[in-house]
Design a protein around this ligand. Structure first.
Ligand SMILES: [Zn+2]
Ligand SMILES: [Zn+2]
Length: 343
């Protein structure tokens, strides 16, 4: 055993020494850059499936993971649902071709869902998106979109001034917007997107979205309690990605903050319990419906270790899981399979 450990130490030490050599550093740089350069260069996958990517699994209570963002991809479509802080980097890491982005669907306008609207816009503009990016959302989306356009007007002028109008046409850097109401918001024969009313008081309206693509389906909740609307929209759905709050964890956090005199923070943490779905309520929802798989996202809070992960998922049946950034789901057409890819 001692010989094995000593051997490993020598090998690791030798590897570290090699990495100090300029020729080896240049080789590592070349290979690393090649991997980064390839990101987003491939077209949408042509596999016959509905794919769902987690580009942000966190809520404001969580570190180390990006805030709310889900990508729904088919061979012909690419939509994002929300764009919280850190999500654009994950979209790049996932290799998704933002030049083919069809739209950004917002569930509501809390900061953890809209922080990177412009980063998504800039990334897809630079990648060569051929039309302006449209931001879809409930009442209020015009104000948010106009605000982002105004805030980043100077940035767009700099970018086009530096790289030229051929590469970055000014008109394609300006966001468009479309106000939606609950109901079908897109139906092209293969893909149908349905918005439904979420319960996230005092935010009104807040919505979630269901995607139906050639017999496969996913529901993405945004922030919401479980309601009768949730029960209706998940009927027959393959996959539900739902905002999830761990009551034992949030209660413990609020009490701990109160015990050390952090009464403001304790109250704020306690307040969030009334407008996110508890894990228990999602377990009941699954018992009442025929949804095949439930994936918790927008985790309140993001578990910092495996013990809190176990507490988060406690009592849930086998068809439940916790998401993390860069996880993705493959739902092949003409199949009941849901293949979970972990990062
Ligand atoms: Zn949120
Ligand atoms: Zn919210």
């Amino acid at each position: 055993m001692l010989i094995v450990v000593l051997g490993l130490v020598i090998i690791v030490g030798f590897g570290r020494a090699l990495l100090t050599l300029p020729a080896v550093q240049d080789m590592v740089l070349e290979n690393g850059i090649a991997i980064i350069a390839k990101r987003g260069a491939d077209p949408l996958p042509d596999s016959e499936s509905l794919r769902v990517y987690v580009c942000g699994s966190a809520s404001p209570l969580g570190m180390g993971q990006a805030q709310a963002c889900i990508a729904v991809v088919t061979p012909e479509h690419f939509f994002l649902i929300d764009s919280g802080a850190g999500s654009t980097d994950n979209i790049s890491r996932l290799g998704l071709p933002t030049s083919e982005l069809d739209g950004l669907l917002l569930t509501h306008f809390h900061s953890d869902h809209i922080a990177e609207i412009y980063e998504v816009n800039l990334n897809s503009w630079v990648q060569g998106r051929p039309q302006p990016l449209t931001i879809y959302g409930p009442q209020g989306v015009a104000e948010v979109t106009n605000g982002v356009n105004a805030t980043y007007r100077q940035d767009r002028i700099y970018r086009t001034g530096h790289h030229g109008e051929d590469l970055l046409p000014p008109a394609l850097g300006v966001l468009a917007h479309k106000t939606i109401v609950p109901g079908i918001i897109l139906d092209d024969g293969d893909l149908k997107i349905t918005a439904y009313l979420a319960e996230h008081p005092p935010i009104h309206p807040a919505v979630g979205y269901r995607f139906d693509y050639r017999g496969r389906s996913v529901v993405i909740s945004g922030d919401s309690n479980v309601t009768g609307e949730t029960l209706k929209i998940v009927d027959g759905a393959d996959l539900l990605l739902h905002d999830a709050l761990s009551l034992p964890t949030v209660t413990a956090l609020s009490e701990a903050l109160g015990a050390v005199g952090q009464s403001r923070q304790s109250k704020i943490v306690s307040d969030v319990m009334d407008y996110h779905a508890s894990t228990d309520s999602l377990i009941v929802l699954a018992e009442q419906s025929n949804v095949d798989m439930v994936a918790f996202y927008h985790l309140v809070p993001v578990p910092p270790n495996s013990v809190v992960e176990d507490i988060f998922i406690r009592g849930a049946p086998d068809n439940f899981l916790l998401t993390e950034d860069l996880m993705w789901f493959d739902l092949p057409i003409d199949s009941d399979d849901i293949i979970v890819h972990r990062p």
